[in-house]
Design a protein around this ligand. Structure first.
Ligand code: NAP
Length: 309
């Protein structure tokens, strides 16, 4: 593919499109945003269509699409785009099930186009430094604490509480996208999921992982945290105690900050997408999604107090 800007369409115009995709694309010369498709949302100064099918029909020069609707509704749109030979950027989580994303991988390969399962937290500024530190030492144990206020971050998002919306695993999968990049391969040994009595998705989860060499890793997810929010991964190692905080933005070893810089997660995601489109490859790591599936498969279900917005 040439180095001329990739003609991109965006689908599912909501919070993350306005907060991150549009600002990142506005500064990125690798892309030209040529269309948007959404039932209600609109992108200014761009042709808007009510469905992805209408957009693909009307704008045949489109080369790639970013699919930003909730995960339960992403598969059909992705199939439609891949069958039309468009490169596809999937917001996280890449789908509502592991096997549907496997199917999309095969479809992308069969159609000679690229599929990108984006994991924005993996591109947080201190993640690579944490990975380098952890791979240079021996880890004794690790803990993931991801606790935030659902009322503040997900107001009126009914899909997030519906089956396939993942509940507290919607942010929790961001932690897992970092953990699976910086820690050794691990698997869940036990899990408890707390479901509000009036909701179909968990509000909290308590998970124990272990690595194949027996290293314990715990994960605490909670959506009821008011006040300061916690998006931290801690590790006890032979080279000191590591804290990767702020969702991957700050790294400290034995209390001393060794890496901190402003985040640029979405510009980095689009850089990576352009790279794979130009190289003609796909980038679909399903490890974070598999852990979420395993937690639902293995987890004991506790019923807790009803939750109201
Ligand atoms: P959102 O605003 O609730 O949804 C995005 C858009 O998807 C909606 O505005 C809606 O647009 C469309 N949509 C909703 N239900 C749909 C349905 N049944 N069928 C087709 N389209 C539907 O959610 P969001 O916060 O942007 O999150 C979208 C995705 O981005 C999620 O997977 C989330 O995990 C991920 N994400 C979110 C954040 C964040 O901070 N919010 C951060 C990173 C990643 P129309 O009504 O116009 O069709």
């Amino acid at each position: 593919m040439s180095s001329s800007p990739i003609k991109l369409g965006i689908v599912g115009v909501g919070k993350i499109v306005r907060d991150q995709h549009l600002p990142a694309l506005a500064k990125d010369h690798d892309y030209r945003l040529v269309a948007a498709a959404s039932r209600h949302g609109k992108v200014e100064d761009t042709p808007n269509f009510p469905t992805i099918e209408a957009m693909l029909d009307a704008v045949p020069e489109l080369e790639a699409v970013s699919l930003c609707m909730p995960p339960q509704f992403r598969y059909d749109a992705a199939r439609t785009a891949l069958a039309a030979k468009k490169h596809v950027f999937l917001e996280k989580p890449p789908g509502a099930t592991v096997s549907e994303v496997e199917d999309l991988k095969a479809l992308a390969a069969a159609n000679g186009v690229c599929l990108f399962a984006s994991w924005h937290s993996r591109y947080a500024p201190a993640v690579e430094a944490a990975r380098a530190f952890l791979s240079s030492t021996t880890i004794r144990s690790a803990a993931i604490n991801w606790k935030e206020d659902v009322r503040r971050w997900h107001p009126n998002q009914e899909w997030i509480w519906a089956p396939g919306g993942f509940g507290v695993f919607d942010p929790g999968i961001n932690a897992l996208s970092i953990a699976t990049h910086v820690l050794p391969p691990m698997f869940i040994s036990s899990a408890e999921l707390d479901f509000p009595e009036n909701r179909a998705a968990p509000i909290a989860a308590h998970i124990a992982f272990r690595t194949s060499n027996g290293l314990p890793v715990t994960m605490e997810l909670d959506w009821r945290q008011t006040g300061p929010q916690s998006w931290d991964i801690l590790a006890d190692t032979e080279a000191g105690s590591m804290v990767l905080s702020g969702g991957g933005s700050k790294l400290a070893i034995d209390g001393r900050v060794v890496h901190e810089e402003p985040e640029a997660e979405y510009p980095m995601l689009y850089k990576r997408f352009a790279e794979i489109v130009r190289a003609g490859t796909s980038d679909v790591d399903l490890a974070p999604l598999q852990h979420v599936a395993d937690a639902f498969m293995l987890g004991k279900r506790n019923v807790v107090e009803a939750f109201f917005d």
